[in-house]
Write a protein that binds this ligand. Structure first.
Ligand code: SF4
Length: 372
């Protein structure tokens, strides 16, 4: 790109730029390195760079960041689900994860700003909002005392569901130990909150969880799922698992497969462990070979497929509500149910073309096909 457009001003921003600004600035042709903070000051920096024609490193120590940086929301008219970012950063320091180094400490978006943004999104026609962040379950921890009242995720959810016109609110990833009784109450007390929760597991071995610096045991995790399922029938639980974390033995891997079977997940994201420079796990001596990691990923993906099929089976033959997201080249509509089952609805079943952002109730058939 730099070769093709030698006159352009090249700005590099994001996690890699934040953690290795010197390396990025050393790339010939890079004019400005910005990182993950102060992005609203980009125009000021650009003026300086174009005036001085001298590469600039604008990356600051991320752990000095104290406030959530408000960025203008870009309009994405092709989307049906709007992402509402409510939080940035993480203080957890899992041993494999670069995020605390790249994104800094927990910073919550002010509730009035989050709510105003949500209202704007609903007015713009989004029927569903997905709450996002890095460590969403700790939303509000850094706001305590400052606002004269306690703000946490449970409180924010209670306020969001009051927004007229909002049909669905989906919570993204929330760490297992952060489902407080108040949060569970907020989830169950509104039918706008989707019965789909993402609860990162990472490993089905307590020994590996400790090495990962994950603050829960398998017993606590199972107990949480039971409590959630008692309150939310047919709850969809999705998760993340890392395969081949340093020191993971065959027994640990087998335990993870067993645990997955017992949890009844509706979806699993499987990642092979990958070293992140500067994190403790990158220096653990007992790294797992690439071949072994690939095999374990394969095993877990198979287990994930079986688990998902079992979960979906309950809904076969039953009516489900689908929010249409897009139309394929054959005119079939594709979208998601509140339980995050992707459904394909054949073209012209209702005698007219399907339209994104509309709800339709269909009967779910095998192969996740919906019939009107
Ligand atoms: S995995 Fe999640 S909780 Fe752990 S350090 Fe990374 S962002 Fe934080």
């Amino acid at each position: 790109m730099i070769r093709e457009h030698p006159e352009s001003v090249v700005v590099v921003m994001g996690c890699y730029a934040q953690t290795a600004p010197g390396d990025v600035l050393g790339i010939e042709g890079v004019d400005l390195v910005l990182g993950t903070q102060d992005r609203m000051k980009m125009l000021e920096w650009l003026e300086q760079v174009t005036t001085e024609r001298k590469p600039q490193n604008a990356v600051h120590e991320i752990w000095e960041a104290e406030e959530f940086e408000e960025l203008p929301q870009l309009s994405e008219e092709h989307r049906t689900r709007a992402l509402l970012k409510i939080q940035e950063g993480c203080n957890q320091f899992c041993t494999y994860c670069i995020i605390p180094y790249a994104r800094g400490p927990l910073r919550s978006r002010l509730p009035e700003n989050a709510l105003a943004e949500a209202r704007r999104l609903v007015e713009a026609g989004y029927p569903e909002i997905v709450l996002t962040g890095i460590h969403t379950g700790y939303y509000g921890q850094d706001l305590r005392g400052e606002l004269g009242e306690e703000w946490n995720l449970a409180h924010l959810v209670r306020e969001l569901v009051k927004i007229p016109g909002l049909c669905r609110l989906r919570l993204s990833s929330i760490e297992p130990m952060e489902y407080t009784p108040a949060l569970i109450e907020s989830i169950v007390s509104s039918d706008k909150v989707c019965p789909h929760l993402h609860v990162p597991l990472q490993s089905g071995s307590d020994r590996i969880l400790t090495r990962m610096n994950r603050p829960y045991t398998l017993h606590e995790y199972r107990d949480l799922l039971e409590r959630l399922r008692q309150r939310i029938p047919n709850l969809a639980v999705t998760t993340d698992i890392i395969a081949g974390f340093p020191g993971e033995t065959e027994d640990d891997h087998a335990a993870t497969l067993e645990f997955v079977k017992a949890c009844g997940f509706s979806g699993i994201n499987v990642f092979p462990y990958s070293k992140r420079k500067g994190t403790p796990a990158a220096n653990f001596p007992d790294q797992v070979s690439r071949q072994l990691k690939a095999q374990r990923v394969k095993d877990l993906l198979l287990a994930a497929r079986v688990s998902q099929e079992e979960y979906v089976r309950y809904f076969i033959g039953k009516p489900v509500e689908v929010l249409i997201e897009w139309i394929d080249s054959q005119g079939c509509a594709l979208g998601y149910t509140p339980h995050y089952i992707q459904v394909k609805i054949p073209a012209n079943e209702a005698g007219r073309p399907w339209t994104p952002r509309h709800f339709v109730t269909v009967v779910l058939e095998k192969g996740m096909v919906g019939r009107v």
